[in-house]
Design a protein around this ligand. Sequence first.
Ligand code: NAI
Ligand SMILES: O=C1O[C@H](COP(=O)(O)O)[C@@H](O)[C@H](O)[C@H]1O
Length: 257
Amino acid sequence: MAQSVLLTGAAGRVGEAILGGLADDHEWRLLDRDPPTDDQPGEFVVADITDEEAVREAMAGIDVVIHLAGDPRPEAPWDSVLTNNIDGTQTVFEAAVDAGVEKVVFASSNHAVGNYETDERTPDLYREHDDYLLDGTELPRPSNLYGVSKAAGETLGRYYHDEYDLSVVCVRIGNLTRGHPPIDYERGQAMWLSYRDCARLFDRCIRADYEYEIVYGISDNDRKYYSLERAREVLGYRPRDNSAHFDGEEQVVEPDT
Ligand SMILES: NC(=O)C1=CN([C@@H]2O[C@H](COP(=O)(O)OP(=O)(O)OC[C@H]3O[C@@H](n4cnc5c(N)ncnc54)[C@H](O)[C@@H]3O)[C@@H](O)[C@H]2O)C=CC1
Ligand SMILES: O=C1O[C@H](COP(=O)(O)O)[C@@H](O)[C@H](O)[C@H]1O
């Protein structure tokens, strides 16, 4: 059944991947502080997520929130992640609970756990023969202040689930690139998320039933050091792409096959 979905940060790259695959599958309300540059499905709300009133208005009649808006830069300074990623995320969770939203899908990041990639473990960790896997049950070990803000968002989700029974899934997104995996970047190839697997994963986050979950958001890469077990089991995610199927030449993945 089509769900009424509020997508924050809709004008960005992850928003583009989600809408590229799912524009016709749900009823969309899009929100971003930047206005759209081209035609978009549904209604577009130009607002900042730190604007409580605007966020509250945008929640009316919504079943599911996909919360992407924020500063995505691993090198982002504290004042920006504090405002956009922590304060903004709290505003979104609070408004979702008040509006009776069923589920919030939170865009977390590989950088919430980036410091598991110790000097001893890397670069072997990024290679197929290495069987070390993070599975989402580990504590955060952020690699920068941006990663700290994502760990804070996951904790906000835990609180709003436990206190208000909101269904929450935190997706620790890897490295989203369009068409092919990052070139000459082993870490990026290990955590590649193709555009079409991104759409598949977020579709499952919209449709599946869950309580509080942390899952990894990557394609089914041979090199992976993030487990897909939980995303498969709880969400029914079935990724189709694998960075190993690219040899450095331009092999473009068709948008929706
Ligand atoms: N692209 C990737 O590979 C990854 C992305 N993520 C997370 O996914 C989310 C989306 O990332 P991208 O699409 O790559 O970034 P992006 O920069 O392309 O898109 C983010 C969007 O959020 C909007 N935005 C930022 N702050 C806002 C605010 N205060 N109020 C309203 N809108 C605001 C921006 O205008 C932009 O359109 C971010 O939370 C990021 O941390 C996490 C891991 C990997
Ligand atoms: O969280 C994010 O992670 C990806 C991958 O990190 P990188 O340090 O290997 O580039 C990054 O591209 C994205 O901008 C960021 O939001």
